[in-house]
Design a protein around this ligand. Structure first.
Ligand code: FAD
Length: 578
Protein backbone atom coordinates (compact mmCIF):
# COMPACT_ATOMS: atom_id res chain seq x y z
CA UNK A 1 0.00 0.00 0.00
CA UNK A 2 1.45 3.38 -1.00
CA UNK A 3 1.77 5.79 1.91
CA UNK A 4 1.07 9.48 1.59
CA UNK A 5 4.12 11.73 1.98
CA UNK A 6 4.70 12.54 5.63
CA UNK A 7 3.83 16.26 5.46
CA UNK A 8 0.47 15.65 3.78
CA UNK A 9 -0.69 13.30 6.51
CA UNK A 10 0.39 15.49 9.43
CA UNK A 11 -1.07 18.88 8.50
CA UNK A 12 -2.18 20.94 11.52
CA UNK A 13 -1.23 18.37 14.12
CA UNK A 14 1.25 18.70 16.99
CA UNK A 15 4.81 18.41 15.82
CA UNK A 16 7.42 16.92 18.14
CA UNK A 17 11.12 17.03 17.31
CA UNK A 18 13.51 14.73 19.17
CA UNK A 19 17.30 15.10 19.31
CA UNK A 20 18.93 11.68 19.68
CA UNK A 21 17.35 8.45 18.45
CA UNK A 22 18.58 5.84 20.89
CA UNK A 23 17.50 4.93 24.44
CA UNK A 24 15.58 8.00 25.63
CA UNK A 25 14.81 9.45 22.19
CA UNK A 26 13.50 6.30 20.52
CA UNK A 27 11.43 5.40 23.59
CA UNK A 28 9.88 8.86 23.65
CA UNK A 29 9.10 8.67 19.91
CA UNK A 30 7.39 5.28 20.20
CA UNK A 31 5.39 6.31 23.28
CA UNK A 32 4.31 9.56 21.61
CA UNK A 33 2.99 7.62 18.67
CA UNK A 34 1.14 5.18 20.89
CA UNK A 35 -0.53 8.12 22.61
CA UNK A 36 -1.15 10.33 19.60
CA UNK A 37 -1.76 8.79 16.21
CA UNK A 38 -1.92 12.21 14.52
CA UNK A 39 1.23 13.94 15.81
CA UNK A 40 4.14 14.60 13.50
CA UNK A 41 7.27 13.13 15.06
CA UNK A 42 10.75 13.79 13.69
CA UNK A 43 13.89 12.36 15.26
CA UNK A 44 17.35 13.65 14.37
CA UNK A 45 20.19 11.23 15.07
CA UNK A 46 23.79 12.23 14.40
CA UNK A 47 25.11 8.67 14.02
CA UNK A 48 24.08 6.29 11.26
CA UNK A 49 21.97 4.14 13.55
CA UNK A 50 18.88 4.47 15.70
CA UNK A 51 17.72 2.53 18.70
CA UNK A 52 21.01 0.66 18.91
CA UNK A 53 22.05 -1.56 21.78
CA UNK A 54 24.77 0.49 23.51
CA UNK A 55 24.81 -2.13 26.20
CA UNK A 56 25.66 -4.84 23.66
CA UNK A 57 28.54 -2.99 21.99
CA UNK A 58 31.38 -4.49 24.12
CA UNK A 59 30.12 -7.99 23.29
CA UNK A 60 30.48 -7.37 19.55
CA UNK A 61 34.14 -6.52 20.14
CA UNK A 62 34.57 -9.87 21.93
CA UNK A 63 32.73 -11.88 19.23
CA UNK A 64 29.92 -12.83 21.63
CA UNK A 65 27.58 -10.96 19.28
CA UNK A 66 28.86 -11.68 15.79
CA UNK A 67 26.36 -10.03 13.48
CA UNK A 68 26.54 -6.21 13.59
CA UNK A 69 22.87 -6.12 12.60
CA UNK A 70 22.03 -7.59 15.99
CA UNK A 71 23.30 -4.34 17.55
CA UNK A 72 20.54 -2.29 16.00
CA UNK A 73 17.12 -3.07 17.37
CA UNK A 74 15.37 -0.98 14.74
CA UNK A 75 16.20 0.69 11.43
CA UNK A 76 14.71 4.03 10.34
CA UNK A 77 12.56 2.01 7.92
CA UNK A 78 11.27 -0.48 10.51
CA UNK A 79 10.61 2.35 12.95
CA UNK A 80 8.69 4.22 10.28
CA UNK A 81 6.68 1.14 9.34
CA UNK A 82 5.54 0.54 12.87
CA UNK A 83 5.37 4.05 14.32
CA UNK A 84 5.28 6.43 11.35
CA UNK A 85 8.12 8.35 12.95
CA UNK A 86 10.47 10.18 10.62
CA UNK A 87 13.89 8.97 11.81
CA UNK A 88 16.58 11.07 10.19
CA UNK A 89 19.97 9.45 10.73
CA UNK A 90 23.24 11.27 10.00
CA UNK A 91 21.45 14.48 10.83
CA UNK A 92 23.04 16.61 13.51
CA UNK A 93 21.09 19.28 15.34
CA UNK A 94 23.58 22.15 15.50
CA UNK A 95 21.59 24.79 17.43
CA UNK A 96 18.36 25.26 19.38
CA UNK A 97 16.25 28.40 19.01
CA UNK A 98 13.77 28.25 21.90
CA UNK A 99 12.18 31.66 21.11
CA UNK A 100 11.45 30.69 17.49
CA UNK A 101 10.59 27.09 18.41
CA UNK A 102 13.03 25.81 15.79
CA UNK A 103 16.26 23.83 15.64
CA UNK A 104 19.11 24.12 13.12
CA UNK A 105 19.98 20.83 11.49
CA UNK A 106 22.88 19.67 9.33
CA UNK A 107 22.50 16.71 7.01
CA UNK A 108 25.89 15.04 7.51
CA UNK A 109 25.58 13.11 4.23
CA UNK A 110 24.93 16.08 1.95
CA UNK A 111 26.15 19.01 4.05
CA UNK A 112 22.72 20.66 3.63
CA UNK A 113 21.65 22.86 6.55
CA UNK A 114 18.07 23.76 7.41
CA UNK A 115 15.77 24.84 10.22
CA UNK A 116 13.06 22.58 11.57
CA UNK A 117 10.16 23.91 13.60
CA UNK A 118 8.59 22.18 16.59
CA UNK A 119 5.69 22.52 18.96
CA UNK A 120 7.48 20.34 21.52
CA UNK A 121 11.15 19.44 21.59
CA UNK A 122 12.72 16.48 23.44
CA UNK A 123 16.48 16.45 23.98
CA UNK A 124 18.02 13.00 24.46
CA UNK A 125 21.62 13.59 23.31
CA UNK A 126 23.18 11.23 25.85
CA UNK A 127 26.65 11.49 27.30
CA UNK A 128 30.05 11.42 25.63
CA UNK A 129 33.18 9.63 26.85
CA UNK A 130 34.97 11.93 29.27
CA UNK A 131 38.22 13.25 27.80
CA UNK A 132 40.90 13.86 30.41
CA UNK A 133 42.87 17.09 29.94
CA UNK A 134 46.07 15.26 29.04
CA UNK A 135 48.03 15.08 25.76
CA UNK A 136 47.50 12.30 23.25
CA UNK A 137 43.78 11.55 23.55
CA UNK A 138 43.49 11.99 19.78
CA UNK A 139 45.94 9.21 18.86
CA UNK A 140 44.87 6.76 16.14
CA UNK A 141 45.51 3.78 18.40
CA UNK A 142 43.39 5.25 21.19
CA UNK A 143 39.66 4.55 21.09
CA UNK A 144 36.50 5.43 22.98
CA UNK A 145 33.25 3.49 22.91
CA UNK A 146 29.89 5.16 22.62
CA UNK A 147 28.26 4.38 19.30
CA UNK A 148 27.97 1.53 16.80
CA UNK A 149 30.50 3.38 14.64
CA UNK A 150 33.00 3.43 17.54
CA UNK A 151 32.49 -0.30 17.98
CA UNK A 152 32.98 -1.06 14.31
CA UNK A 153 36.14 1.03 14.21
CA UNK A 154 37.61 -0.81 17.22
CA UNK A 155 36.69 -4.13 15.66
CA UNK A 156 38.19 -3.09 12.30
CA UNK A 157 41.43 -2.04 14.01
CA UNK A 158 41.66 -5.38 15.81
CA UNK A 159 40.93 -7.41 12.67
CA UNK A 160 43.49 -5.50 10.60
CA UNK A 161 46.31 -5.06 13.09
CA UNK A 162 45.92 -8.06 15.40
CA UNK A 163 46.98 -6.18 18.53
CA UNK A 164 48.29 -8.45 21.26
CA UNK A 165 47.86 -6.07 24.16
CA UNK A 166 45.46 -3.36 25.27
CA UNK A 167 45.27 -0.89 28.12
CA UNK A 168 41.90 0.17 29.43
CA UNK A 169 42.13 3.62 30.96
CA UNK A 170 39.21 3.47 33.39
CA UNK A 171 37.61 0.69 35.41
CA UNK A 172 33.91 1.50 35.42
CA UNK A 173 31.37 -0.84 33.89
CA UNK A 174 32.23 -0.04 30.26
CA UNK A 175 35.94 -0.49 31.01
CA UNK A 176 35.31 -3.83 32.66
CA UNK A 177 33.08 -5.12 29.88
CA UNK A 178 35.58 -4.11 27.20
CA UNK A 179 38.48 -5.58 29.23
CA UNK A 180 36.66 -8.89 29.46
CA UNK A 181 35.86 -8.96 25.77
CA UNK A 182 39.43 -8.12 24.71
CA UNK A 183 40.70 -10.79 27.08
CA UNK A 184 38.30 -13.27 25.49
CA UNK A 185 40.02 -12.45 22.18
CA UNK A 186 43.29 -13.58 23.78
CA UNK A 187 44.77 -10.13 24.29
CA UNK A 188 46.97 -9.12 27.19
CA UNK A 189 44.80 -6.59 29.06
CA UNK A 190 45.66 -4.05 31.75
CA UNK A 191 43.25 -1.68 33.46
CA UNK A 192 44.82 1.52 34.74
CA UNK A 193 43.06 4.22 36.75
CA UNK A 194 43.50 6.68 39.60
CA UNK A 195 40.90 5.25 42.03
CA UNK A 196 42.25 2.28 43.96
CA UNK A 197 39.21 0.19 43.16
CA UNK A 198 37.18 -0.79 40.12
CA UNK A 199 33.46 -0.04 39.96
CA UNK A 200 32.55 2.90 42.16
CA UNK A 201 29.00 1.70 42.97
CA UNK A 202 30.71 -0.93 45.15
CA UNK A 203 32.44 -0.40 48.47
CA UNK A 204 36.12 -1.24 48.33
CA UNK A 205 35.61 -4.47 50.31
CA UNK A 206 33.03 -5.75 47.83
CA UNK A 207 35.15 -4.53 44.89
CA UNK A 208 37.86 -6.94 46.09
CA UNK A 209 35.80 -9.82 44.72
CA UNK A 210 35.67 -8.09 41.34
CA UNK A 211 39.44 -7.51 41.41
CA UNK A 212 40.04 -11.15 42.25
CA UNK A 213 37.80 -12.32 39.40
CA UNK A 214 39.57 -10.02 36.93
CA UNK A 215 42.98 -11.30 38.05
CA UNK A 216 41.76 -14.91 37.90
CA UNK A 217 41.05 -14.31 34.22
CA UNK A 218 44.43 -12.74 33.58
CA UNK A 219 43.49 -9.05 33.55
CA UNK A 220 46.24 -6.95 35.13
CA UNK A 221 45.18 -4.18 37.46
CA UNK A 222 47.16 -0.96 37.81
CA UNK A 223 44.94 0.83 40.31
CA UNK A 224 45.82 4.05 42.10
CA UNK A 225 47.87 5.41 39.18
CA UNK A 226 47.28 8.74 37.49
CA UNK A 227 47.46 8.80 33.70
CA UNK A 228 49.30 11.91 32.51
CA UNK A 229 49.11 11.39 28.77
CA UNK A 230 49.43 9.05 25.80
CA UNK A 231 52.26 8.87 23.26
CA UNK A 232 52.20 6.92 20.04
CA UNK A 233 55.23 4.76 19.35
CA UNK A 234 56.05 2.67 16.30
CA UNK A 235 54.66 -0.44 17.92
CA UNK A 236 51.80 0.95 19.98
CA UNK A 237 51.00 3.48 22.65
CA UNK A 238 52.83 4.54 25.81
CA UNK A 239 50.50 5.40 28.68
CA UNK A 240 52.37 7.99 30.72
CA UNK A 241 51.85 7.76 34.47
CA UNK A 242 52.56 10.16 37.31
CA UNK A 243 55.68 9.08 39.25
CA UNK A 244 55.79 5.70 37.50
CA UNK A 245 57.36 4.19 34.40
CA UNK A 246 54.95 4.29 31.45
CA UNK A 247 52.83 1.30 30.52
CA UNK A 248 52.90 0.10 26.94
CA UNK A 249 50.29 -1.64 24.78
CA UNK A 250 49.34 -2.07 21.14
CA UNK A 251 46.13 -0.11 21.65
CA UNK A 252 44.35 1.92 24.32
CA UNK A 253 40.67 2.29 25.12
CA UNK A 254 39.70 5.33 27.13
CA UNK A 255 36.71 4.72 29.40
CA UNK A 256 37.14 6.97 32.43
CA UNK A 257 33.47 7.92 32.57
CA UNK A 258 30.93 9.94 30.64
CA UNK A 259 30.05 13.63 30.49
CA UNK A 260 26.56 14.91 29.50
CA UNK A 261 26.57 15.91 25.81
CA UNK A 262 24.89 19.26 26.32
CA UNK A 263 26.62 21.88 24.17
CA UNK A 264 23.32 22.67 22.42
CA UNK A 265 21.44 23.22 25.66
CA UNK A 266 24.22 25.39 27.05
CA UNK A 267 24.42 27.56 23.94
CA UNK A 268 20.64 27.97 23.94
CA UNK A 269 20.76 29.26 27.52
CA UNK A 270 18.96 26.34 29.19
CA UNK A 271 19.67 26.01 32.91
CA UNK A 272 22.40 23.50 33.61
CA UNK A 273 23.43 21.38 36.60
CA UNK A 274 26.26 19.03 37.59
CA UNK A 275 28.95 18.63 34.88
CA UNK A 276 26.89 20.78 32.50
CA UNK A 277 23.89 18.42 32.61
CA UNK A 278 20.47 19.76 31.69
CA UNK A 279 18.26 20.80 34.62
CA UNK A 280 14.78 19.30 34.46
CA UNK A 281 11.85 19.06 36.83
CA UNK A 282 10.21 15.73 37.61
CA UNK A 283 8.04 16.09 34.47
CA UNK A 284 11.32 16.18 32.47
CA UNK A 285 10.66 19.83 31.52
CA UNK A 286 13.74 22.02 31.06
CA UNK A 287 13.90 25.72 31.95
CA UNK A 288 12.73 26.61 28.40
CA UNK A 289 9.05 26.39 27.44
CA UNK A 290 8.09 23.30 25.42
CA UNK A 291 11.56 21.76 25.70
CA UNK A 292 11.95 18.47 27.54
CA UNK A 293 15.16 16.57 28.21
CA UNK A 294 15.82 12.96 29.22
CA UNK A 295 18.54 10.35 29.65
CA UNK A 296 22.26 10.63 30.35
CA UNK A 297 22.19 14.36 29.60
CA UNK A 298 19.98 15.34 32.53
CA UNK A 299 20.52 15.87 36.24
CA UNK A 300 18.26 13.73 38.42
CA UNK A 301 17.45 13.38 42.09
CA UNK A 302 18.92 10.33 43.76
CA UNK A 303 15.99 8.27 44.94
CA UNK A 304 17.69 7.34 48.22
CA UNK A 305 19.55 10.51 49.21
CA UNK A 306 17.32 13.06 47.48
CA UNK A 307 20.49 14.77 46.28
CA UNK A 308 21.18 15.99 42.75
CA UNK A 309 23.17 13.43 40.78
CA UNK A 310 23.99 12.03 37.36
CA UNK A 311 23.08 8.42 36.64
CA UNK A 312 23.95 7.22 33.15
CA UNK A 313 22.00 4.03 32.70
CA UNK A 314 19.57 2.71 30.13
CA UNK A 315 16.65 2.07 32.52
CA UNK A 316 16.34 5.68 33.68
CA UNK A 317 16.74 6.99 30.10
CA UNK A 318 13.94 4.77 28.84
CA UNK A 319 11.60 5.66 31.69
CA UNK A 320 12.29 9.37 31.35
CA UNK A 321 11.60 9.19 27.59
CA UNK A 322 8.22 7.66 28.34
CA UNK A 323 7.46 10.29 31.00
CA UNK A 324 8.33 13.19 28.67
CA UNK A 325 6.03 11.72 26.02
CA UNK A 326 3.26 11.23 28.58
CA UNK A 327 3.44 14.85 29.71
CA UNK A 328 3.50 16.14 26.14
CA UNK A 329 0.33 14.15 25.48
CA UNK A 330 -1.44 15.43 28.59
CA UNK A 331 -0.79 12.52 30.96
CA UNK A 332 0.48 13.91 34.25
CA UNK A 333 3.61 11.85 34.74
CA UNK A 334 6.48 12.29 37.21
CA UNK A 335 9.97 10.83 37.48
CA UNK A 336 10.64 9.81 41.08
CA UNK A 337 14.44 9.81 40.82
CA UNK A 338 17.14 7.27 40.00
CA UNK A 339 18.35 4.60 42.34
CA UNK A 340 21.37 3.48 40.29
CA UNK A 341 20.39 -0.19 40.05
CA UNK A 342 23.02 -1.82 37.87
CA UNK A 343 24.36 -5.22 36.97
CA UNK A 344 27.54 -6.21 35.16
CA UNK A 345 28.96 -9.52 34.00
CA UNK A 346 32.60 -9.88 35.00
CA UNK A 347 33.77 -13.08 33.31
CA UNK A 348 31.99 -15.87 35.22
CA UNK A 349 30.80 -13.54 37.95
CA UNK A 350 27.74 -11.33 38.18
CA UNK A 351 28.12 -8.08 40.10
CA UNK A 352 25.14 -5.92 40.95
CA UNK A 353 24.31 -2.91 43.09
CA UNK A 354 21.34 -0.74 43.96
CA UNK A 355 20.81 2.36 46.08
CA UNK A 356 23.86 3.78 47.80
CA UNK A 357 26.89 2.00 49.20
CA UNK A 358 28.36 2.41 52.66
CA UNK A 359 31.05 4.87 51.52
CA UNK A 360 28.54 7.18 49.85
CA UNK A 361 26.08 6.86 52.73
CA UNK A 362 28.75 7.93 55.22
CA UNK A 363 29.93 10.78 53.00
CA UNK A 364 26.37 12.14 52.97
CA UNK A 365 26.38 12.14 56.78
CA UNK A 366 24.17 9.11 57.32
CA UNK A 367 24.80 6.92 60.34
CA UNK A 368 24.77 3.46 58.82
CA UNK A 369 25.15 -0.19 59.65
CA UNK A 370 25.46 -3.22 57.38
CA UNK A 371 25.22 -6.96 57.14
CA UNK A 372 27.47 -9.08 54.97
CA UNK A 373 26.45 -12.64 54.21
CA UNK A 374 27.46 -15.52 51.95
CA UNK A 375 24.27 -17.41 51.12
CA UNK A 376 23.89 -20.12 48.48
CA UNK A 377 22.06 -19.24 45.28
CA UNK A 378 19.76 -22.19 45.88
CA UNK A 379 19.25 -25.05 48.33
CA UNK A 380 22.61 -26.58 49.21
CA UNK A 381 21.37 -30.14 48.69
CA UNK A 382 20.30 -29.48 45.10
CA UNK A 383 23.27 -29.66 42.69
CA UNK A 384 24.85 -26.55 41.24
CA UNK A 385 24.27 -24.01 44.01
CA UNK A 386 26.87 -21.23 44.17
CA UNK A 387 27.86 -18.96 47.02
CA UNK A 388 27.21 -15.25 46.60
CA UNK A 389 28.41 -12.37 48.76
CA UNK A 390 25.75 -9.86 49.71
CA UNK A 391 26.15 -6.57 51.54
CA UNK A 392 23.05 -4.71 52.69
CA UNK A 393 23.40 -1.17 54.03
CA UNK A 394 20.77 0.50 56.23
CA UNK A 395 20.35 3.54 58.43
CA UNK A 396 21.18 2.75 62.06
CA UNK A 397 18.46 4.71 63.79
CA UNK A 398 15.53 4.07 61.45
CA UNK A 399 16.54 0.81 59.75
CA UNK A 400 15.71 2.47 56.42
CA UNK A 401 17.09 0.33 53.60
CA UNK A 402 19.76 2.36 51.76
CA UNK A 403 21.50 0.04 49.36
CA UNK A 404 22.79 -3.40 48.49
CA UNK A 405 25.69 -4.92 46.60
CA UNK A 406 25.95 -8.54 45.51
CA UNK A 407 28.73 -10.48 43.78
CA UNK A 408 28.32 -14.11 42.83
CA UNK A 409 27.80 -16.63 40.11
CA UNK A 410 24.09 -17.39 40.13
CA UNK A 411 20.91 -15.79 41.34
CA UNK A 412 22.51 -12.37 41.85
CA UNK A 413 20.20 -10.68 39.38
CA UNK A 414 16.94 -11.62 41.07
CA UNK A 415 18.17 -10.79 44.57
CA UNK A 416 19.34 -7.33 43.54
CA UNK A 417 16.01 -6.66 41.88
CA UNK A 418 14.10 -7.71 45.00
CA UNK A 419 16.30 -5.37 47.06
CA UNK A 420 15.88 -2.57 44.50
CA UNK A 421 12.11 -2.99 44.72
CA UNK A 422 12.25 -2.97 48.52
CA UNK A 423 14.25 0.28 48.48
CA UNK A 424 11.82 1.84 46.03
CA UNK A 425 8.91 0.80 48.22
CA UNK A 426 10.58 2.53 51.19
CA UNK A 427 10.75 -0.69 53.18
CA UNK A 428 12.68 -0.98 56.42
CA UNK A 429 15.65 -3.34 56.22
CA UNK A 430 14.02 -5.52 58.89
CA UNK A 431 11.01 -6.04 56.61
CA UNK A 432 13.20 -8.06 54.22
CA UNK A 433 12.61 -10.88 56.70
CA UNK A 434 8.91 -10.80 55.89
CA UNK A 435 9.06 -11.00 52.09
CA UNK A 436 7.22 -14.03 50.77
CA UNK A 437 9.58 -15.12 47.98
CA UNK A 438 9.24 -18.05 45.61
CA UNK A 439 11.10 -21.22 46.56
CA UNK A 440 11.87 -24.59 45.07
CA UNK A 441 15.30 -26.24 45.50
CA UNK A 442 16.67 -25.44 42.00
CA UNK A 443 15.95 -21.73 42.49
CA UNK A 444 16.36 -20.69 46.09
CA UNK A 445 16.13 -21.82 49.69
CA UNK A 446 13.11 -21.71 51.95
CA UNK A 447 14.96 -18.83 53.56
CA UNK A 448 15.94 -16.81 50.50
CA UNK A 449 19.22 -14.82 50.71
CA UNK A 450 17.15 -11.63 50.90
CA UNK A 451 15.18 -13.07 53.84
CA UNK A 452 18.45 -14.08 55.51
CA UNK A 453 19.70 -10.50 55.30
CA UNK A 454 16.41 -9.43 56.90
CA UNK A 455 16.76 -12.00 59.69
CA UNK A 456 20.25 -10.72 60.49
CA UNK A 457 19.09 -7.11 60.58
CA UNK A 458 16.11 -8.10 62.72
CA UNK A 459 18.55 -9.80 65.12
CA UNK A 460 20.59 -6.58 65.27
CA UNK A 461 17.45 -4.57 66.03
CA UNK A 462 16.49 -7.00 68.80
CA UNK A 463 19.99 -6.97 70.30
CA UNK A 464 20.42 -10.69 69.52
CA UNK A 465 23.33 -10.03 67.15
CA UNK A 466 26.26 -7.71 67.81
CA UNK A 467 28.79 -7.46 64.99
CA UNK A 468 32.34 -6.41 64.31
CA UNK A 469 33.60 -5.60 60.84
CA UNK A 470 36.60 -5.94 58.59
CA UNK A 471 37.79 -2.40 59.29
CA UNK A 472 37.94 -3.26 63.02
CA UNK A 473 39.41 -6.75 63.04
CA UNK A 474 43.08 -5.79 62.72
CA UNK A 475 42.70 -3.21 65.50
CA UNK A 476 41.48 -5.75 68.06
CA UNK A 477 43.94 -6.00 70.97
CA UNK A 478 46.09 -9.12 70.95
CA UNK A 479 47.21 -8.60 74.60
CA UNK A 480 44.67 -10.97 76.12
CA UNK A 481 42.25 -8.23 77.15
CA UNK A 482 39.68 -9.70 74.73
CA UNK A 483 39.10 -13.27 73.54
CA UNK A 484 39.46 -13.93 69.82
CA UNK A 485 37.73 -17.13 68.74
CA UNK A 486 37.59 -19.02 65.44
CA UNK A 487 34.80 -21.60 65.53
CA UNK A 488 35.52 -23.45 62.28
CA UNK A 489 36.91 -27.00 62.10
CA UNK A 490 40.61 -27.55 62.81
CA UNK A 491 41.13 -28.35 59.12
CA UNK A 492 39.63 -25.03 57.99
CA UNK A 493 41.61 -23.19 60.68
CA UNK A 494 44.85 -24.84 59.51
CA UNK A 495 44.24 -23.72 55.94
CA UNK A 496 44.20 -20.08 57.03
CA UNK A 497 43.08 -17.93 59.93
CA UNK A 498 43.32 -14.42 61.30
CA UNK A 499 46.35 -13.91 63.54
CA UNK A 500 45.57 -14.12 67.24
CA UNK A 501 42.30 -16.07 66.91
CA UNK A 502 42.22 -19.40 68.80
CA UNK A 503 40.33 -22.34 67.37
CA UNK A 504 37.40 -23.95 69.20
CA UNK A 505 34.92 -25.52 66.74
CA UNK A 506 31.30 -24.56 67.31
CA UNK A 507 30.16 -28.15 67.90
CA UNK A 508 32.49 -28.59 70.92
CA UNK A 509 32.26 -25.02 72.19
CA UNK A 510 30.00 -25.90 75.13
CA UNK A 511 32.61 -28.41 76.37
CA UNK A 512 35.37 -25.78 76.25
CA UNK A 513 33.69 -22.86 77.96
CA UNK A 514 36.08 -23.13 80.90
CA UNK A 515 38.91 -22.10 78.49
CA UNK A 516 37.17 -18.79 77.75
CA UNK A 517 37.68 -16.21 80.46
CA UNK A 518 34.48 -14.62 81.78
CA UNK A 519 34.24 -10.82 81.92
CA UNK A 520 36.16 -10.24 78.68
CA UNK A 521 34.46 -9.46 75.36
CA UNK A 522 34.61 -12.34 72.89
CA UNK A 523 35.06 -11.75 69.14
CA UNK A 524 34.05 -14.74 67.01
CA UNK A 525 34.75 -15.61 63.40
CA UNK A 526 33.88 -18.63 61.22
CA UNK A 527 33.90 -19.21 57.47
CA UNK A 528 30.69 -17.42 56.46
CA UNK A 529 29.31 -15.91 59.67
CA UNK A 530 26.73 -18.60 60.41
CA UNK A 531 28.64 -20.92 62.76
CA UNK A 532 30.12 -17.90 64.53
CA UNK A 533 26.59 -16.54 64.98
CA UNK A 534 25.52 -19.82 66.56
CA UNK A 535 28.63 -19.59 68.75
CA UNK A 536 27.68 -16.07 69.84
CA UNK A 537 24.31 -17.40 70.97
CA UNK A 538 25.92 -20.22 72.94
CA UNK A 539 28.34 -17.78 74.57
CA UNK A 540 25.69 -15.14 75.23
CA UNK A 541 23.55 -17.80 76.89
CA UNK A 542 26.49 -18.53 79.15
CA UNK A 543 26.96 -14.93 80.23
CA UNK A 544 29.56 -13.64 77.76
CA UNK A 545 29.59 -10.32 75.86
CA UNK A 546 30.00 -11.54 72.25
CA UNK A 547 30.54 -10.02 68.77
CA UNK A 548 30.16 -11.79 65.43
CA UNK A 549 32.47 -11.05 62.47
CA UNK A 550 30.36 -9.90 59.50
CA UNK A 551 31.14 -11.78 56.33
CA UNK A 552 33.24 -14.53 57.90
CA UNK A 553 36.79 -15.60 57.11
CA UNK A 554 35.84 -16.11 53.46
CA UNK A 555 35.13 -12.38 53.17
CA UNK A 556 38.18 -11.41 55.25
CA UNK A 557 40.42 -13.60 53.12
CA UNK A 558 39.15 -12.23 49.78
CA UNK A 559 39.49 -8.61 50.88
CA UNK A 560 42.89 -8.93 52.57
CA UNK A 561 44.33 -10.94 49.68
CA UNK A 562 43.22 -8.27 47.25
CA UNK A 563 44.66 -5.46 49.40
CA UNK A 564 47.88 -7.38 49.85
CA UNK A 565 48.23 -7.95 46.09
CA UNK A 566 47.66 -4.25 45.48
CA UNK A 567 50.27 -3.28 48.04
CA UNK A 568 52.70 -5.78 46.53
CA UNK A 569 52.07 -4.35 43.07
CA UNK A 570 52.76 -0.84 44.36
CA UNK A 571 55.82 -1.92 46.36
CA UNK A 572 57.20 -3.76 43.34
CA UNK A 573 57.01 -0.62 41.22
CA UNK A 574 54.01 -1.64 39.13
CA UNK A 575 54.86 -5.30 38.79
CA UNK A 576 51.46 -6.31 37.50
CA UNK A 577 52.13 -10.00 37.38
CA UNK A 578 49.92 -10.54 40.44
P1 FAD B 1 22.02 7.59 24.05
O1 FAD B 1 21.31 6.29 24.09
O2 FAD B 1 23.50 7.58 24.11
O3 FAD B 1 21.55 8.34 22.75
C1 FAD B 1 21.99 9.62 22.46
C2 FAD B 1 22.06 9.79 20.96
O4 FAD B 1 21.96 11.16 20.66
C3 FAD B 1 23.37 9.30 20.37
O5 FAD B 1 23.15 8.26 19.45
C4 FAD B 1 23.94 10.53 19.69
O6 FAD B 1 24.52 10.24 18.44
C5 FAD B 1 22.72 11.41 19.51
N1 FAD B 1 23.02 12.84 19.49
C6 FAD B 1 23.73 13.55 20.41
N2 FAD B 1 23.77 14.85 20.06
C7 FAD B 1 23.09 14.96 18.90
C8 FAD B 1 22.80 16.05 18.05
N3 FAD B 1 23.21 17.27 18.32
N4 FAD B 1 22.07 15.81 16.94
C9 FAD B 1 21.62 14.57 16.66
N5 FAD B 1 21.89 13.50 17.42
C10 FAD B 1 22.60 13.69 18.54
N6 FAD B 1 23.35 1.11 30.60
C11 FAD B 1 22.78 0.12 31.31
O7 FAD B 1 21.81 0.38 32.04
N7 FAD B 1 23.24 -1.17 31.24
C12 FAD B 1 24.29 -1.51 30.45
O8 FAD B 1 24.68 -2.68 30.38
C13 FAD B 1 24.93 -0.48 29.69
N8 FAD B 1 25.99 -0.77 28.89
C14 FAD B 1 26.56 0.23 28.15
C15 FAD B 1 27.63 -0.08 27.33
C16 FAD B 1 28.21 0.92 26.55
C17 FAD B 1 29.38 0.59 25.69
C18 FAD B 1 27.68 2.25 26.59
C19 FAD B 1 28.29 3.34 25.74
C20 FAD B 1 26.63 2.55 27.41
C21 FAD B 1 26.06 1.56 28.20
N9 FAD B 1 24.98 1.83 29.06
C22 FAD B 1 24.41 0.84 29.79
C23 FAD B 1 24.46 3.20 29.21
C24 FAD B 1 23.22 3.41 28.37
O9 FAD B 1 23.49 3.01 27.07
C25 FAD B 1 22.85 4.88 28.43
O10 FAD B 1 22.59 5.22 29.77
C26 FAD B 1 21.63 5.20 27.58
O11 FAD B 1 21.83 4.81 26.26
C27 FAD B 1 21.36 6.71 27.63
O12 FAD B 1 20.31 7.03 26.78
P2 FAD B 1 20.23 8.47 26.10
O13 FAD B 1 19.04 8.45 25.25
O14 FAD B 1 20.38 9.50 27.13
O15 FAD B 1 21.54 8.54 25.21
Amino acid sequence: MALLPIQERWINNMKVVIVGGVAGGATAAARLRRLDEQAEIVVFERSGFISYANCGLPYYIGDVITDPQDLTLQTPESFFSRFRVNMKVRHEVTALHPEKHTVSVKNLKTGEEFEESYDKLILSPGAKPTQPPVPGTDLKKLFTLRTVEDTLSIKRYINRNHPKSAILAGGGFIGLEVAENLRELGMDVTIVQRPKQLMKPFDSDMASFIHNEMRKHGVKLALGHTVEGFEETEDGVQVLLKDEAPLHADMVILAIGVTPDTRLAKEAGLELGIKGSILVNDKMETSAPDIYAVGDAVQVKHYVTGQDTLISLAGPANKQGRIAANNICGINSHYPGSQGSSIVKVFDMTTAATGINETIAKSTGLDVDKVILSPMSHAGYYPGGKVMTMKVVFEKETYRLLGAQIVGYEGVDKRIDVLATAIHAGMKATELAELDLAYAPPYSSAKDPVNLAGFMIENIENGILKQFHIEEIDQLPKDGSVTLLDTRTPGEYARGHVDGFQNIPVDVLREHLDEIEKGKPVYVICQSGLRSYISTRILTGNGYDVYNFSGGFRFYDAVTNDRCLMETATACGMDLSV
